[in-house]
Design a protein around this ligand. Structure first.
Ligand code: ZN
Length: 125
């Protein structure tokens, strides 16, 4: 098992993704938020995504259903991770924040059609 260590750009926020064999669930999404932040994300159980430094520097952004919790550094603005709307026990995180990840050598990245998920549908639908 591996621990992936990540940080925002300015270094105020550090996080770890623990108990991983590899980066799981690589994806990019086309919802109105993701298309703007344009991050390649991976997923992990929320319990394994641990902010180890600068939790007080994180800002929380919530929109629409207010269920997903999107975190970013309040100093440099970099998206670090988010608690997922459709699977709240899972976190997505910004693969580009993980130092040792070579973005040119990632495996297949699933294109998630988040735009098509009606945000008005009830939770769990
Ligand atoms: Zn920062």
């Amino acid at each position: 098992m591996t621990t992936f260590k990540g940080s925002c750009h300015c270094g105020a926020v550090h996080f770890e993704v623990r108990n991983q064999e590899k980066l799981e669930g690589l994806m990019q999404c086309n919802c109105s938020l993701c298309r703007r932040r344009n991050a390649i994300m991976a997923t992990a159980p929320a319990i394994d995504v641990v902010v180890t430094k600068g939790e007080d520097k994180l800002s929380l952004y919530q929109w629409n259903t207010q269920i997903a919790r999107h975190y970013f550094c309040s100093i440099c603005g970099i998206y670090t991770h988010h608690q997922r709307r459709r699977q709240p026990d899972q976190c997505g995180f910004n693969v580009a924040c993980i130092d040792e990840v070579d973005l040119e050598k990632l495996g297949p990245i699933t294109k998630v059609n988040g735009k098509a998920f009606s945000l008005e549908q009830p939770r769990g639908a």
